[in-house]
Design a protein. Structure first.
Length: 504
Protein backbone atom coordinates (compact mmCIF):
# COMPACT_ATOMS: atom_id res chain seq x y z
CA UNK A 1 0.00 0.00 0.00
CA UNK A 2 2.90 2.33 0.61
CA UNK A 3 3.77 2.57 -3.07
CA UNK A 4 0.28 3.82 -3.82
CA UNK A 5 -0.01 6.14 -0.87
CA UNK A 6 3.17 7.83 -1.99
CA UNK A 7 1.53 8.69 -5.31
CA UNK A 8 0.08 12.12 -5.87
CA UNK A 9 -3.59 11.36 -5.37
CA UNK A 10 -4.42 15.05 -5.67
CA UNK A 11 -4.43 14.47 -9.41
CA UNK A 12 -8.20 13.88 -9.37
CA UNK A 13 -8.55 16.90 -11.67
CA UNK A 14 -6.16 15.43 -14.24
CA UNK A 15 -9.21 14.12 -16.13
CA UNK A 16 -12.43 15.84 -17.16
CA UNK A 17 -15.43 15.00 -14.98
CA UNK A 18 -13.73 12.34 -12.80
CA UNK A 19 -10.39 10.65 -12.23
CA UNK A 20 -12.07 7.29 -12.97
CA UNK A 21 -11.53 8.02 -16.66
CA UNK A 22 -7.98 6.79 -15.94
CA UNK A 23 -9.61 3.35 -15.90
CA UNK A 24 -10.84 3.72 -19.48
CA UNK A 25 -7.80 2.19 -21.27
CA UNK A 26 -7.89 -0.93 -19.09
CA UNK A 27 -11.68 -1.16 -19.16
CA UNK A 28 -11.84 -0.83 -22.94
CA UNK A 29 -9.14 -3.45 -23.31
CA UNK A 30 -11.20 -5.93 -21.27
CA UNK A 31 -14.45 -5.17 -23.12
CA UNK A 32 -12.87 -5.32 -26.57
CA UNK A 33 -10.97 -8.49 -25.66
CA UNK A 34 -14.20 -10.22 -24.59
CA UNK A 35 -15.95 -9.05 -27.77
CA UNK A 36 -13.15 -10.38 -29.98
CA UNK A 37 -12.92 -13.64 -28.01
CA UNK A 38 -16.61 -14.30 -28.59
CA UNK A 39 -15.87 -14.07 -32.31
CA UNK A 40 -13.02 -16.54 -31.97
CA UNK A 41 -10.18 -13.98 -32.21
CA UNK A 42 -7.47 -14.68 -29.62
CA UNK A 43 -4.32 -13.36 -31.34
CA UNK A 44 -1.97 -11.29 -29.17
CA UNK A 45 -1.63 -8.77 -32.01
CA UNK A 46 -5.36 -8.06 -31.84
CA UNK A 47 -5.22 -7.71 -28.06
CA UNK A 48 -2.30 -5.28 -28.32
CA UNK A 49 -4.27 -3.22 -30.83
CA UNK A 50 -7.27 -3.11 -28.49
CA UNK A 51 -5.04 -1.92 -25.66
CA UNK A 52 -3.59 0.84 -27.81
CA UNK A 53 -7.07 1.96 -28.85
CA UNK A 54 -7.97 2.18 -25.15
CA UNK A 55 -4.90 4.34 -24.41
CA UNK A 56 -5.69 6.68 -27.31
CA UNK A 57 -9.36 7.10 -26.39
CA UNK A 58 -8.44 7.63 -22.75
CA UNK A 59 -6.20 10.54 -23.70
CA UNK A 60 -9.22 12.55 -24.94
CA UNK A 61 -10.50 12.77 -21.37
CA UNK A 62 -7.17 13.96 -19.98
CA UNK A 63 -6.82 17.67 -19.22
CA UNK A 64 -3.09 17.63 -19.90
CA UNK A 65 -2.30 15.37 -22.83
CA UNK A 66 1.47 15.67 -22.43
CA UNK A 67 1.33 14.48 -18.81
CA UNK A 68 -1.03 11.65 -19.77
CA UNK A 69 1.34 10.29 -22.40
CA UNK A 70 4.31 10.81 -20.08
CA UNK A 71 2.52 8.53 -17.60
CA UNK A 72 1.89 6.00 -20.37
CA UNK A 73 5.59 5.98 -21.31
CA UNK A 74 6.53 5.64 -17.65
CA UNK A 75 4.24 2.59 -17.45
CA UNK A 76 5.77 1.07 -20.58
CA UNK A 77 9.17 1.26 -18.91
CA UNK A 78 7.98 -0.20 -15.60
CA UNK A 79 10.54 -2.55 -14.01
CA UNK A 80 8.07 -5.43 -13.93
CA UNK A 81 7.24 -4.86 -17.59
CA UNK A 82 10.90 -4.88 -18.58
CA UNK A 83 11.45 -8.07 -16.60
CA UNK A 84 8.58 -9.75 -18.42
CA UNK A 85 9.88 -8.52 -21.78
CA UNK A 86 13.33 -10.01 -21.22
CA UNK A 87 11.94 -13.28 -19.86
CA UNK A 88 9.49 -13.83 -22.68
CA UNK A 89 12.15 -13.32 -25.34
CA UNK A 90 14.48 -15.92 -23.85
CA UNK A 91 11.53 -18.24 -23.15
CA UNK A 92 10.61 -18.00 -26.84
CA UNK A 93 14.01 -19.40 -27.85
CA UNK A 94 13.81 -22.20 -25.28
CA UNK A 95 10.28 -23.24 -26.25
CA UNK A 96 11.05 -23.20 -29.97
CA UNK A 97 14.13 -25.37 -29.38
CA UNK A 98 12.21 -27.98 -27.38
CA UNK A 99 9.52 -28.31 -30.02
CA UNK A 100 12.01 -28.55 -32.88
CA UNK A 101 14.05 -31.23 -31.09
CA UNK A 102 11.11 -33.67 -31.03
CA UNK A 103 10.70 -34.16 -27.30
CA UNK A 104 7.06 -35.17 -27.89
CA UNK A 105 8.13 -37.91 -30.31
CA UNK A 106 10.60 -39.15 -27.70
CA UNK A 107 7.81 -39.51 -25.16
CA UNK A 108 5.71 -41.47 -27.67
CA UNK A 109 8.64 -43.81 -28.28
CA UNK A 110 9.02 -44.34 -24.55
CA UNK A 111 5.34 -45.27 -24.09
CA UNK A 112 5.43 -47.92 -26.81
CA UNK A 113 8.78 -49.35 -25.71
CA UNK A 114 7.59 -49.80 -22.14
CA UNK A 115 4.30 -51.23 -23.41
CA UNK A 116 1.89 -48.70 -21.92
CA UNK A 117 -1.74 -49.55 -22.75
CA UNK A 118 -5.31 -49.03 -21.57
CA UNK A 119 -5.70 -47.08 -18.34
CA UNK A 120 -1.94 -46.65 -18.21
CA UNK A 121 -2.04 -44.97 -21.62
CA UNK A 122 -4.60 -42.47 -20.28
CA UNK A 123 -2.18 -41.72 -17.45
CA UNK A 124 0.66 -41.48 -19.92
CA UNK A 125 -1.32 -39.06 -22.11
CA UNK A 126 -1.68 -36.74 -19.14
CA UNK A 127 1.89 -37.13 -17.89
CA UNK A 128 3.43 -36.70 -21.35
CA UNK A 129 1.35 -33.58 -21.99
CA UNK A 130 2.30 -32.19 -18.56
CA UNK A 131 6.01 -32.86 -19.18
CA UNK A 132 5.83 -31.16 -22.55
CA UNK A 133 4.02 -28.21 -20.96
CA UNK A 134 6.63 -27.90 -18.21
CA UNK A 135 9.38 -28.18 -20.83
CA UNK A 136 8.08 -25.46 -23.12
CA UNK A 137 5.96 -23.30 -20.80
CA UNK A 138 3.25 -22.98 -23.43
CA UNK A 139 -0.20 -24.49 -22.98
CA UNK A 140 -1.11 -23.56 -26.55
CA UNK A 141 1.97 -25.36 -27.85
CA UNK A 142 1.15 -28.37 -25.67
CA UNK A 143 -2.30 -28.74 -27.20
CA UNK A 144 -1.11 -28.12 -30.75
CA UNK A 145 1.77 -30.60 -30.38
CA UNK A 146 0.35 -33.38 -28.23
CA UNK A 147 -3.30 -33.55 -29.32
CA UNK A 148 -2.66 -34.60 -32.96
CA UNK A 149 -0.39 -37.41 -31.70
CA UNK A 150 -1.86 -38.65 -28.43
CA UNK A 151 -5.58 -38.13 -29.03
CA UNK A 152 -5.92 -40.47 -32.07
CA UNK A 153 -3.70 -43.07 -30.42
CA UNK A 154 -5.75 -42.97 -27.21
CA UNK A 155 -9.09 -43.23 -29.02
CA UNK A 156 -7.77 -46.07 -31.17
CA UNK A 157 -6.89 -47.90 -27.96
CA UNK A 158 -10.47 -47.61 -26.75
CA UNK A 159 -10.13 -44.54 -24.54
CA UNK A 160 -13.17 -42.26 -24.36
CA UNK A 161 -12.60 -39.19 -26.60
CA UNK A 162 -13.69 -36.89 -23.77
CA UNK A 163 -11.22 -38.47 -21.32
CA UNK A 164 -8.40 -38.29 -23.89
CA UNK A 165 -9.09 -34.61 -24.59
CA UNK A 166 -9.39 -33.87 -20.86
CA UNK A 167 -6.04 -35.53 -20.16
CA UNK A 168 -4.31 -33.34 -22.75
CA UNK A 169 -6.03 -30.20 -21.45
CA UNK A 170 -5.01 -31.13 -17.90
CA UNK A 171 -1.42 -31.59 -19.06
CA UNK A 172 -1.48 -28.16 -20.68
CA UNK A 173 -2.84 -26.65 -17.44
CA UNK A 174 -0.18 -28.42 -15.35
CA UNK A 175 2.61 -27.10 -17.54
CA UNK A 176 1.15 -23.61 -17.58
CA UNK A 177 0.84 -23.63 -13.79
CA UNK A 178 4.13 -25.23 -12.75
CA UNK A 179 6.68 -24.42 -15.48
CA UNK A 180 9.19 -21.74 -14.45
CA UNK A 181 9.04 -20.51 -18.07
CA UNK A 182 5.26 -20.24 -18.48
CA UNK A 183 3.60 -16.86 -18.97
CA UNK A 184 1.39 -17.24 -15.89
CA UNK A 185 4.36 -18.12 -13.66
CA UNK A 186 6.33 -15.14 -14.94
CA UNK A 187 3.42 -12.70 -14.69
CA UNK A 188 2.07 -13.88 -11.33
CA UNK A 189 5.58 -13.56 -9.86
CA UNK A 190 6.58 -10.24 -11.41
CA UNK A 191 3.36 -8.50 -10.30
CA UNK A 192 3.90 -9.35 -6.61
CA UNK A 193 6.15 -6.72 -5.11
CA UNK A 194 8.07 -6.91 -1.85
CA UNK A 195 7.21 -4.29 0.76
CA UNK A 196 10.35 -4.61 2.90
CA UNK A 197 12.85 -4.54 0.05
CA UNK A 198 13.02 -3.68 -3.62
CA UNK A 199 11.90 -6.04 -6.35
CA UNK A 200 9.24 -8.65 -7.08
CA UNK A 201 8.89 -12.32 -6.17
CA UNK A 202 11.69 -14.36 -7.72
CA UNK A 203 10.42 -17.16 -9.95
CA UNK A 204 12.62 -19.85 -8.41
CA UNK A 205 11.24 -19.11 -4.95
CA UNK A 206 7.66 -19.08 -6.23
CA UNK A 207 8.12 -22.45 -7.96
CA UNK A 208 9.68 -23.98 -4.84
CA UNK A 209 6.86 -22.66 -2.67
CA UNK A 210 4.13 -24.02 -4.96
CA UNK A 211 5.39 -27.60 -5.02
CA UNK A 212 3.36 -28.37 -1.89
CA UNK A 213 0.22 -27.62 -3.91
CA UNK A 214 1.28 -28.95 -7.31
CA UNK A 215 2.47 -32.40 -6.22
CA UNK A 216 -0.83 -33.43 -4.52
CA UNK A 217 -2.84 -32.08 -7.47
CA UNK A 218 -0.58 -33.94 -9.90
CA UNK A 219 -0.92 -37.25 -8.03
CA UNK A 220 -4.70 -36.90 -7.65
CA UNK A 221 -4.97 -36.24 -11.38
CA UNK A 222 -2.90 -39.31 -12.27
CA UNK A 223 -5.09 -41.55 -10.09
CA UNK A 224 -8.31 -40.14 -11.54
CA UNK A 225 -7.18 -40.66 -15.13
CA UNK A 226 -6.15 -44.21 -14.30
CA UNK A 227 -9.56 -44.96 -12.78
CA UNK A 228 -11.42 -43.35 -15.66
CA UNK A 229 -9.24 -45.23 -18.14
CA UNK A 230 -10.02 -48.69 -16.76
CA UNK A 231 -11.68 -50.92 -19.30
CA UNK A 232 -10.06 -49.24 -22.33
CA UNK A 233 -7.40 -51.56 -23.68
CA UNK A 234 -7.07 -52.37 -27.36
CA UNK A 235 -4.38 -51.86 -29.96
CA UNK A 236 -5.40 -51.39 -33.58
CA UNK A 237 -3.56 -51.04 -36.86
CA UNK A 238 -4.37 -47.34 -36.74
CA UNK A 239 -2.69 -47.06 -33.36
CA UNK A 240 0.42 -48.71 -34.72
CA UNK A 241 0.43 -46.35 -37.71
CA UNK A 242 0.23 -43.29 -35.45
CA UNK A 243 2.91 -44.58 -33.12
CA UNK A 244 5.25 -45.49 -35.97
CA UNK A 245 4.87 -42.06 -37.53
CA UNK A 246 5.39 -40.09 -34.33
CA UNK A 247 7.96 -42.23 -32.50
CA UNK A 248 11.56 -41.03 -32.28
CA UNK A 249 13.76 -42.37 -29.50
CA UNK A 250 16.48 -39.65 -29.55
CA UNK A 251 13.84 -37.10 -28.56
CA UNK A 252 14.07 -38.48 -25.03
CA UNK A 253 17.49 -36.86 -24.76
CA UNK A 254 15.78 -33.47 -24.60
CA UNK A 255 14.48 -34.36 -21.15
CA UNK A 256 18.00 -33.52 -19.94
CA UNK A 257 17.76 -29.75 -20.58
CA UNK A 258 14.26 -29.80 -19.04
CA UNK A 259 15.71 -31.29 -15.85
CA UNK A 260 18.56 -28.77 -15.91
CA UNK A 261 16.16 -25.82 -16.09
CA UNK A 262 13.98 -27.18 -13.28
CA UNK A 263 17.00 -28.01 -11.12
CA UNK A 264 18.54 -24.54 -11.29
CA UNK A 265 15.19 -22.77 -10.95
CA UNK A 266 14.28 -24.78 -7.84
CA UNK A 267 17.81 -24.31 -6.42
CA UNK A 268 17.17 -20.57 -6.36
CA UNK A 269 19.02 -19.44 -9.48
CA UNK A 270 17.35 -16.75 -11.54
CA UNK A 271 15.15 -18.03 -14.34
CA UNK A 272 17.48 -16.23 -16.77
CA UNK A 273 20.40 -18.32 -15.58
CA UNK A 274 18.37 -21.56 -15.54
CA UNK A 275 17.09 -20.95 -19.06
CA UNK A 276 20.56 -20.10 -20.32
CA UNK A 277 21.87 -23.46 -19.09
CA UNK A 278 18.83 -25.20 -20.57
CA UNK A 279 19.24 -23.58 -23.98
CA UNK A 280 22.99 -24.21 -24.17
CA UNK A 281 22.71 -27.84 -23.06
CA UNK A 282 19.73 -28.41 -25.36
CA UNK A 283 21.54 -27.06 -28.40
CA UNK A 284 24.65 -29.13 -27.68
CA UNK A 285 22.59 -32.31 -27.14
CA UNK A 286 20.49 -31.56 -30.21
CA UNK A 287 23.49 -30.99 -32.48
CA UNK A 288 25.44 -34.01 -31.23
CA UNK A 289 22.44 -36.35 -31.48
CA UNK A 290 21.27 -35.05 -34.85
CA UNK A 291 17.97 -33.77 -33.46
CA UNK A 292 19.04 -30.29 -34.51
CA UNK A 293 21.22 -28.90 -37.28
CA UNK A 294 23.03 -25.56 -37.41
CA UNK A 295 20.38 -24.41 -39.91
CA UNK A 296 17.65 -25.24 -37.38
CA UNK A 297 19.33 -22.97 -34.87
CA UNK A 298 20.11 -20.01 -37.11
CA UNK A 299 20.00 -19.13 -40.80
CA UNK A 300 19.13 -16.22 -43.04
CA UNK A 301 16.28 -16.63 -45.50
CA UNK A 302 15.96 -13.72 -47.88
CA UNK A 303 16.22 -10.73 -45.59
CA UNK A 304 14.83 -12.46 -42.53
CA UNK A 305 16.52 -14.32 -39.67
CA UNK A 306 15.09 -17.81 -39.34
CA UNK A 307 15.62 -20.75 -37.04
CA UNK A 308 15.21 -21.29 -33.34
CA UNK A 309 16.92 -18.05 -32.29
CA UNK A 310 15.28 -15.70 -34.77
CA UNK A 311 11.79 -17.19 -34.72
CA UNK A 312 11.86 -17.81 -30.97
CA UNK A 313 12.29 -14.07 -30.41
CA UNK A 314 9.96 -12.75 -33.12
CA UNK A 315 7.14 -15.15 -32.23
CA UNK A 316 7.02 -13.67 -28.73
CA UNK A 317 7.00 -10.00 -29.77
CA UNK A 318 3.18 -9.66 -30.09
CA UNK A 319 2.74 -11.08 -26.58
CA UNK A 320 5.43 -8.78 -25.17
CA UNK A 321 3.89 -5.71 -26.80
CA UNK A 322 0.44 -6.63 -25.48
CA UNK A 323 1.74 -7.04 -21.93
CA UNK A 324 3.65 -3.74 -22.06
CA UNK A 325 0.53 -1.89 -23.23
CA UNK A 326 -1.43 -3.47 -20.39
CA UNK A 327 1.29 -2.42 -17.94
CA UNK A 328 0.93 1.16 -19.19
CA UNK A 329 -2.86 1.02 -18.77
CA UNK A 330 -2.44 -0.34 -15.25
CA UNK A 331 0.10 2.36 -14.42
CA UNK A 332 -2.54 5.00 -15.15
CA UNK A 333 -4.92 3.41 -12.65
CA UNK A 334 -2.18 3.35 -10.02
CA UNK A 335 -1.02 6.88 -10.76
CA UNK A 336 -4.47 8.27 -10.06
CA UNK A 337 -5.20 6.12 -7.00
CA UNK A 338 -7.85 3.88 -8.57
CA UNK A 339 -6.28 0.58 -7.51
CA UNK A 340 -6.07 1.94 -3.98
CA UNK A 341 -9.76 2.84 -4.07
CA UNK A 342 -10.79 -0.57 -5.37
CA UNK A 343 -8.63 -2.39 -2.83
CA UNK A 344 -9.89 -0.21 0.04
CA UNK A 345 -13.46 -1.09 -0.86
CA UNK A 346 -12.66 -4.79 -1.09
CA UNK A 347 -10.83 -4.68 2.24
CA UNK A 348 -13.91 -3.29 3.95
CA UNK A 349 -15.51 -6.67 3.32
CA UNK A 350 -13.86 -9.94 4.28
CA UNK A 351 -10.27 -8.85 3.68
CA UNK A 352 -9.56 -7.76 7.26
CA UNK A 353 -7.71 -11.00 8.05
CA UNK A 354 -5.08 -12.99 6.12
CA UNK A 355 -7.67 -15.68 5.34
CA UNK A 356 -10.17 -13.06 4.23
CA UNK A 357 -7.59 -11.36 2.01
CA UNK A 358 -6.72 -14.70 0.40
CA UNK A 359 -10.40 -15.49 -0.20
CA UNK A 360 -10.82 -12.10 -1.83
CA UNK A 361 -7.76 -12.71 -4.01
CA UNK A 362 -9.22 -16.04 -5.05
CA UNK A 363 -12.57 -14.42 -5.79
CA UNK A 364 -11.06 -11.59 -7.86
CA UNK A 365 -8.95 -13.98 -9.96
CA UNK A 366 -11.81 -16.44 -10.47
CA UNK A 367 -14.16 -13.62 -11.50
CA UNK A 368 -11.63 -12.40 -14.08
CA UNK A 369 -11.22 -16.01 -15.20
CA UNK A 370 -14.84 -16.06 -16.32
CA UNK A 371 -14.88 -12.43 -17.50
CA UNK A 372 -11.85 -12.92 -19.77
CA UNK A 373 -12.98 -16.35 -21.00
CA UNK A 374 -9.96 -18.18 -19.60
CA UNK A 375 -7.28 -16.06 -21.26
CA UNK A 376 -4.62 -16.93 -18.70
CA UNK A 377 -2.02 -14.32 -19.63
CA UNK A 378 -4.53 -11.47 -19.49
CA UNK A 379 -5.98 -12.75 -16.22
CA UNK A 380 -2.49 -12.78 -14.66
CA UNK A 381 -1.71 -9.23 -15.80
CA UNK A 382 -4.99 -7.77 -14.56
CA UNK A 383 -5.44 -9.75 -11.33
CA UNK A 384 -1.77 -9.51 -10.32
CA UNK A 385 -1.62 -5.87 -9.14
CA UNK A 386 -4.97 -6.12 -7.35
CA UNK A 387 -3.89 -9.26 -5.49
CA UNK A 388 -0.55 -7.59 -4.77
CA UNK A 389 -2.33 -4.84 -2.84
CA UNK A 390 -4.91 -7.12 -1.22
CA UNK A 391 -2.30 -9.58 0.05
CA UNK A 392 0.35 -7.08 1.07
CA UNK A 393 -2.21 -5.32 3.28
CA UNK A 394 -2.09 -8.45 5.47
CA UNK A 395 1.70 -8.81 5.00
CA UNK A 396 1.29 -12.03 3.02
CA UNK A 397 4.54 -13.02 1.34
CA UNK A 398 4.83 -12.39 -2.43
CA UNK A 399 5.35 -16.16 -2.92
CA UNK A 400 1.97 -16.91 -1.34
CA UNK A 401 0.21 -14.16 -3.29
CA UNK A 402 1.74 -15.33 -6.57
CA UNK A 403 0.75 -18.95 -5.96
CA UNK A 404 -2.86 -18.15 -5.11
CA UNK A 405 -3.12 -15.98 -8.23
CA UNK A 406 -1.54 -18.56 -10.53
CA UNK A 407 -3.51 -21.54 -9.19
CA UNK A 408 -6.82 -19.73 -9.68
CA UNK A 409 -5.75 -18.55 -13.13
CA UNK A 410 -4.95 -22.13 -14.17
CA UNK A 411 -8.20 -23.60 -12.87
CA UNK A 412 -11.51 -22.76 -14.55
CA UNK A 413 -9.67 -21.41 -17.60
CA UNK A 414 -9.18 -24.96 -18.86
CA UNK A 415 -12.52 -26.43 -17.80
CA UNK A 416 -15.33 -24.22 -19.04
CA UNK A 417 -16.89 -25.07 -22.45
CA UNK A 418 -17.06 -21.42 -23.52
CA UNK A 419 -13.47 -20.54 -22.61
CA UNK A 420 -10.58 -20.12 -25.04
CA UNK A 421 -8.99 -23.50 -24.34
CA UNK A 422 -12.14 -25.42 -25.22
CA UNK A 423 -12.17 -23.68 -28.61
CA UNK A 424 -8.47 -24.37 -29.12
CA UNK A 425 -8.87 -28.06 -28.31
CA UNK A 426 -11.88 -28.51 -30.61
CA UNK A 427 -10.19 -26.56 -33.43
CA UNK A 428 -7.12 -28.82 -33.09
CA UNK A 429 -9.11 -32.07 -33.09
CA UNK A 430 -11.61 -31.41 -35.87
CA UNK A 431 -9.09 -31.59 -38.78
CA UNK A 432 -7.91 -34.98 -37.49
CA UNK A 433 -11.25 -36.55 -38.42
CA UNK A 434 -10.26 -36.37 -42.10
CA UNK A 435 -7.11 -38.37 -41.35
CA UNK A 436 -8.54 -40.75 -38.75
CA UNK A 437 -12.26 -41.35 -39.52
CA UNK A 438 -12.75 -43.37 -36.32
CA UNK A 439 -12.23 -40.23 -34.22
CA UNK A 440 -15.22 -38.59 -32.59
CA UNK A 441 -14.57 -35.06 -31.42
CA UNK A 442 -15.94 -34.65 -27.86
CA UNK A 443 -18.42 -31.96 -26.93
CA UNK A 444 -16.93 -28.98 -25.04
CA UNK A 445 -19.67 -29.46 -22.43
CA UNK A 446 -17.85 -32.61 -21.29
CA UNK A 447 -14.64 -30.75 -20.40
CA UNK A 448 -15.70 -29.61 -16.88
CA UNK A 449 -16.14 -33.28 -15.94
CA UNK A 450 -12.94 -34.73 -17.42
CA UNK A 451 -10.31 -31.98 -16.94
CA UNK A 452 -9.05 -33.03 -13.53
CA UNK A 453 -5.88 -31.05 -12.78
CA UNK A 454 -7.51 -27.58 -12.89
CA UNK A 455 -10.26 -28.79 -10.54
CA UNK A 456 -7.74 -30.44 -8.21
CA UNK A 457 -5.47 -27.40 -7.91
CA UNK A 458 -8.43 -25.09 -7.29
CA UNK A 459 -9.74 -27.29 -4.47
CA UNK A 460 -6.27 -27.67 -2.95
CA UNK A 461 -5.76 -23.89 -2.90
CA UNK A 462 -9.23 -23.40 -1.42
CA UNK A 463 -8.47 -25.88 1.37
CA UNK A 464 -5.08 -24.21 1.85
CA UNK A 465 -6.73 -20.82 2.30
CA UNK A 466 -9.37 -22.11 4.73
CA UNK A 467 -6.91 -24.18 6.79
CA UNK A 468 -3.93 -21.83 6.55
CA UNK A 469 -1.74 -24.58 5.08
CA UNK A 470 1.30 -23.06 3.36
CA UNK A 471 0.47 -19.50 4.47
CA UNK A 472 3.62 -17.42 4.82
CA UNK A 473 4.25 -13.78 5.63
CA UNK A 474 6.84 -11.24 4.58
CA UNK A 475 9.42 -10.45 7.21
CA UNK A 476 12.31 -8.04 7.31
CA UNK A 477 14.19 -7.75 4.02
CA UNK A 478 11.63 -9.99 2.32
CA UNK A 479 12.25 -13.02 4.53
CA UNK A 480 9.69 -15.82 4.61
CA UNK A 481 7.93 -16.03 7.98
CA UNK A 482 5.73 -19.15 8.47
CA UNK A 483 2.27 -18.36 9.83
CA UNK A 484 2.97 -20.02 13.20
CA UNK A 485 5.77 -17.54 13.86
CA UNK A 486 4.13 -14.36 12.58
CA UNK A 487 3.63 -12.87 16.04
CA UNK A 488 6.81 -14.18 17.66
CA UNK A 489 9.70 -12.03 18.76
CA UNK A 490 12.20 -11.12 16.00
CA UNK A 491 14.84 -13.69 17.01
CA UNK A 492 12.41 -16.61 16.87
CA UNK A 493 10.82 -15.38 13.65
CA UNK A 494 14.26 -15.06 12.05
CA UNK A 495 15.21 -18.58 13.13
CA UNK A 496 11.90 -19.91 11.71
CA UNK A 497 12.51 -18.10 8.42
CA UNK A 498 15.97 -19.63 8.09
CA UNK A 499 14.58 -23.13 8.78
CA UNK A 500 11.82 -22.61 6.22
CA UNK A 501 14.28 -21.49 3.53
CA UNK A 502 16.41 -24.62 4.14
CA UNK A 503 13.37 -26.90 3.84
CA UNK A 504 12.04 -25.43 0.58
Amino acid sequence: MNSINSQDTSSTSAFYFTRWFALMPLGLFILLTVALSLKGVFAAEAMAAMGLIGLILGSFFSRKKSEYWADVVEGLGDDAGMLVLALFLIVGIYGKMMGKAQVAEGLIWFSTTVGIKGAFFVMFTYIASALFGVATGTSLGTIFTMAPVLFPAAVAMGVSPAIAAGAILSGAATGDHFAPVSDTTILSSSTQQYRTRKGSADIGGVVRARMKYVIPAFLITIVLYFLFGLGSESTTAVTQEIIQKYSHAPGMLMLIPICIVLYFAIKGKTVFEALTYGILSGMVIGLVSGLLTPVDIFHIEGRKIKGIIGEGVTDMLPVVVMIMILMAAYHLTRKHGLIESVVDRLQKGISKTPRGAEMMMMGVTTFLNFLLLGSTGRISVIAGPINDELGSGQKLHPYRRANISDACTSSFSYMMPWHIWAFVMIATLEPLVNVYPFIKVPSPTSFPFVTFYPAAIFLIILVSIISGFGRIFEGEDGRVIPADYQNEIPEEALEAAEKYEKVV
